[in-house]
Design a protein around this ligand. Structure first.
Ligand code: ADP
Ligand code: MG
Length: 621
């Protein structure tokens, strides 16, 4: 192991993070305190956890705490903890490099917009570097629990740092900020105390500041200024809304208030407490589709922090939930592997899912505005539950909201229950259509007959919808069917009309089939169309053309099934084709019927140039 003095360069990414952090946190300078205190609290959590297996680690000083002090003469602010501490190698690994892939993603995700970037910083765990927002030099003194060797790290945040041995350190870590010239406000006791309270009141360890007003630790006694209790362990009736929100912010790395929460205690053969929050906007990693590192749901056992266990405690489609689960009866030495097959945990997980769904239902019932906010932020994530959580499929389906031909434009406001409530007499199918935009869905020719009969159709245009709908074939005993697929179920009169029309148009259909040849699987008379000349019809299990296109663009091999073309013999273009004696001209018309059907279905034209030439020939007569 290396000892003595050495100078090292930050990893290139660190330099970049440092630069960005100091610039984008400009309007939230005081965040550094929250970040350093949160690191100190993590360090105390870690010590408590490790000392379960090895009590000697905490023996010398078992009362875990965090101390913030300041020195107006030296112009320093210090944050000290008696937690786990760091060895020299750990200092290098943890604060000399960008260790987490989250931070790398953060770098890629930066928008250049200050407010947004600042919000991201907490989420991506680049917390320590926020010290350089207010300090032009930072010193870290640390000694790891169980070791005698101390280390001193120092840097001006400009590309290099130095390491040195440090003797006589107490266990844990002290971070000393040498304030920049214009940051004197952080030397004011009142400002410091207020800021600590604001951001860190819910840290579960005592945060202490010197009683003495000039802040030097050696000058006097300390006093504890936070509640220092596990908020979730207190009775609900004693917790204020502000306290809940404050705790949320300390948990979720979110500057914004939570949308709502649910706090419950289960007593019985197995006792546990859950405090679960819905954020009011998606955290960045969710927006990125980041499924690998799920954070924000912490598992405690009898108030000892065990681990971030979002994966173990909630299914993926509820990954936006933040909060705490505190179990009384799990073994303290539990590992992630054990957790994954633990029967008790299965029960807790089921309870968490139930609580969250209850909470969302309550929003839907009692608070339309908040539910709308929720749906906009997380509706698409929740939809995954239709596929992922078949046991709760009906409950989740009840929460879904759609745009519809009888809704409010593109707004997703219609529930399946709304739809069923206004179904027509004799209608037993819920109609839906998917496309890659709302406009495309609303304009689908396949809807024409349904519209003409005043039958409502749900208009789905999110990427996940086609996949979801494939797994949601029924709701409340009603079949859910795509208006673009299969045969339209017609009443007796409709059937007869359809048969007659088909018989009459049989020669025309044969002619078009011959003209299009290999390009189509089948041609038939449509029961769907009133205004458009043609559309594609899919078999029940065919993939929607717009989705096939997306998948193909994403590099997947998609079998290209030949489409079935439906025509509307009442349309003038089709009639023109019928009367066209010239086979070349008829061929152009037939191809255009197919191509416009493909375009409206969101499929990709195989040969756009030929399409344009054909269209121009027809236009010029
Ligand atoms: P994060 O807390 O999200 O991991 P930070 O930048 O805040 O990111 O901290 C980086 C790492 O440095 C931490 O993960 C931890 O390993 C180490 N660290 C920071 N502060 C302390 C401390 N007070 N005690 C022990 N380790 C610390
Ligand atoms: Mg941190």
């Amino acid at each position: 192991m290396t000892t003595g003095t050495e100078t090292r360069r930050f990893e290139a990414e660190v330099a970049q993070v440092l630069h960005l952090v100091t610039h984008s946190l400009y309007s939230h300078k005081e965040i550094f305190l929250r970040e350093l205190i949160s690191n100190a609290s993590d360090a105390c959590d870690k010590l408590r956890f490790e000392s379960l297996a090895d009590p000697s680690l905490a023996a010398e000083d078992s009362e875990l705490r965090i101390e913030v002090s300041w020195d107006p003469d030296a112009r320093t602010v210090s944050v000290r903890d008696n937690g786990i501490g760091m060895s020299r190698d750990e200092v290098i690994a943890n604060i000399g490099t960008v260790a987490s892939s989250g931070t790398r993603r953060y770098l890629e995700a930066l928008s250049g917009e200050q407010k947004n970037d600042a919000r991201l910083i907490g989420q991506f765990g680049v917390g320590f570097y926020s010290a350089f927002v207010v300090a032009d030099r930072v010193t870290v003194l640390s000694r790891r629990a169980g070791s005698d060797e101390g280390v001193k790290w120092e840097s001006d945040g400009k590309g290099e740092y130095t390491l040195d041995d440090a003797a006589d350190l107490a266990r844990g870590t002290t971070v000393i900020l040498h304030l920049k010239a214009d940051e004197d406000e952080f030397l004011r006791p009142w400002t410091l105390r207020q800021t600590i309270r604001k951001y860190s009141d819910h840290v579960a360890f005592p945060i202490r500041v010197p009683k003495d007003k000039d802040g030097k630790p050696e000058d006097g006694e300390f006093e504890t200024i936070n509640a220092a209790s596990a908020l979730w362990a207190r009775p609900k009736s004693e917790i204020t809304e502000d306290e809940y929100q404050g705790f949320y912010k300390s948990l979720g790395h979110d500057f914004n208030d939570a949308l709502t929460w649910t706090h419950n205690r289960v007593e019985g053969s197995q006792s546990f407490t859950t405090l679960l929050y819905l954020p009011s906007q998606p955290p960045f990693d969710l927006a990125m589709g980041g499924r690998d590192e799920r954070k924000g749901l912490k598992l405690y056992i009898k108030r000892v922090f065990i681990m971030d266990a979002a994966d173990e405690l909630l299914p993926n489609y509820l990954r936006f939930v933040r909060g705490v689960v505190d179990a009384d009866d799990l073994p303290l030495n539990v590992s992630r592997e054990i957790l994954q097959q633990n029967r008790q945990l299965e029960k807790i997980r089921a309870a968490c899912v139930k609580r969250v769904l209850d909470l969302i239902e309550k929003l839907a019932r009692d608070d339309a505005d908040k539910f709308t906010t929720f749906w906009k932020a997380f509706g698409n994530t929740l939809k995954e539950g239709i596929v992922e959580d078949s046991a709760n499929r009906e409950r989740i389906a009840k929460l879904l909201r759609f745009a519809s031909t009888k809704g409010e434009g593109a707004a997703q406001v219609v529930s399946l229950d709304d739809y069923i409530g206004r179904m027509q007499v004799g209608q037993d199918v819920i109609w839906a259509i998917t496309a890659d935009s709302h406009t495309a869905a609303a304009g689908s020719p396949q809807l024409e007959v349904l519209k003409a009969r005043d039958i409502e159709v749900l208009l789905l245009s999110d990427r996940i919808d086609e996949w979801m709908l494939g797994n949601l074939t029924e709701y409340a005993g009603k079949k859910i069917q795509s208006a673009a697929k299969g045969e339209l179920p017609l009443d007796e009169a409709g059937k007869q009309k359809q048969e007659e029309a088909s018989k009459q148009a049989a020669p025309l259909v044969e002619r078009i089939k011959a003209l299009l040849g290999e390009r189509v699987g089948d041609v038939r008379v449509s029961a769907r169309l009133t205004d458009s000349p043609s559309c594609l019809a899919l078999a029940d299990f065919d993939m929607a053309p717009h989705l096939a296109r997306l998948l193909r663009e994403a590099g997947h091999e998609m079998p290209s099934a030949k489409p079935t073309l439906e025509i509307n013999p009442g349309h003038r273009l089709v009639q023109r084709l019928e009367g066209e004696g010239d086979d070349a001209k008829a061929g152009d018309l037939a191809a255009l019927l197919l191509e416009q059907a493909e375009i409206t279905a969101g499929a990709q034209l195989e040969d756009p140039a030929s399409f344009v030439r054909r269209m121009n020939r027809v236009l010029l007569g």
